[in-house]
Design a protein around this ligand. Structure first.
Ligand code: ADP
Ligand code: MG
Length: 321
């Protein structure tokens, strides 16, 4: 069992940021309104995610760490209309298999919580413990038992930068959750979860960009686009700040990026790319989301392209009228 878990872990756990991603998705699925991510040494030594979500019932805690344990799929139909971010039930088991993993969790309905500690996926301690509502997971010493993989980790500053970027995207795609990111005991990012994208962008990127923002609010034939775009005076030389979210998930997509840039037309200088944070709500539009990759496939890419471009053009029409 151990070996299988270690192999499976390779798919889920590439680096500290992939652990943070899975744990954050679980915290979001748990209905949390506040999530704190804390790392030491780029996440290599320690990752701690604390949420105020629904918690795991004491009787379910051990089960949650079994492979293919998921509380999220009820029928085949659910596989098609997946609202929750996780649905494979392999994240916790994979993460626990390659680390020293501790969880403290408590549901609202129970009087006490549970602390469960594993090393390499093997139970070391399980005890009742007083705890606040919600879940806190601590991952220490990633890959301590798979030295070959540990060797592939980059420097702590590189691994930390990946986590920082991830928390940024998560904060933007979940504007009603308050995020806090602490690295080596310093608060690096903090959002207040008030649902306002402009505030979040101010909190994440500062004044210059947030002052140049225009609101986008577009709806047509199953395509809803909401969010903000910065006016052409604050562009970047890469696409890295074209933040695109499809059905709540951060993605990269050439069709959408191209449509945004074409919407700017010649307002955009060559090799310059706009800043934006746009959420696409595509209901009734066929989208295939790869569970791990940041990619989607649209059944009708032209329609998405046209809508996106039009949404961007509308901003400039509003401005010139
Ligand atoms: P999945 O998310 O695919 O269901 P995971 O291995 O990520 O699988 O998690 C297993 C189960 O553990 C989840 O289905 C959920 O019931 C529970 N769980 C994990 N993290 C949390 C959390 N932060 N709060 C509440 N429940 C959680
Ligand atoms: Mg999950």
């Amino acid at each position: 069992k151990e070996t299988i878990d270690k192999i499976a872990a390779g798919e889920v756990v590439e680096r500290p940021a992939s652990i943070v991603k899975e744990l954050l998705e679980n915290s979001i699925d748990a209905g949390s309104s506040s999530i704190t991510v804390e790392i030491k040494n780029g996440g290599i030594d320690l990752i701690r995610i604390t949420d105020n979500g629904c918690g795991i019932d004491s009787k379910e805690v051990k089960t949650a760490f079994l492979r293919h344990a998921t509380s999220k799929i009820v029928s085949d139909k659910d596989l098609i209309s997946i609202k929750s971010l996780g649905f494979r039930g392999e994240a916790l088991s994979s993460i626990a298999a390659v680390s020293r993993c501790e969880i403290i969790t408590k549901t609202r309905d129970e009087l006490t919580g549970v602390r469960y500690y594993m090393e390499g996926g093997v139970e070391v301690e399980f005890e009742e413990i007083g705890a606040p509502d919600g879940t806190s997971i601590i991952i220490r010493d990633i890959f301590y038992n798979t030295p070959a993989r540990r060797k592939f980790l980059k420097t702590s500053s590189t691994e930390g930068a990946h986590i920082s970027e991830l928390v940024e995207k998560m904060a933007m795609s979940n504007t009603d959750i308050a995020f806090k990111f602490i690295s080596n005991n310093q608060v690096k990012l903090q959002t207040n979860g008030n649902g306002n994208m402009k505030d979040i962008i101010y909190q994440l990127y500062g004044k210059e960009i947030s002052k140049a923002l225009c609101a986008v609010d577009y709806e047509k034939d199953g395509v809803k686009i909401k969010g903000v775009i910065a006016r052409p005076e604050v562009t970047r030389s890469t696409r890295s700040l074209e933040n695109i979210f499809v059905n709540g998930r951060y993605i990269k997509d050439n069709i959408i990026s191209k449509a945004i840039e074409d919407g700017f037309g010649d307002r955009l200088m060559q090799h310059q790319y706009p800043f934006c944070a746009l959420s696409f709500d595509l209901e009734g539009v066929d989208v295939n989301v790869h569970p791990r990759k940041m990619e989607v496939r649209f059944s009708d890419g032209n329609h998405i392209y046209n809508c996106t471009k039009e949404a961007v053009e509308e901003i400039f029409k509003l401005q010139s009228s």
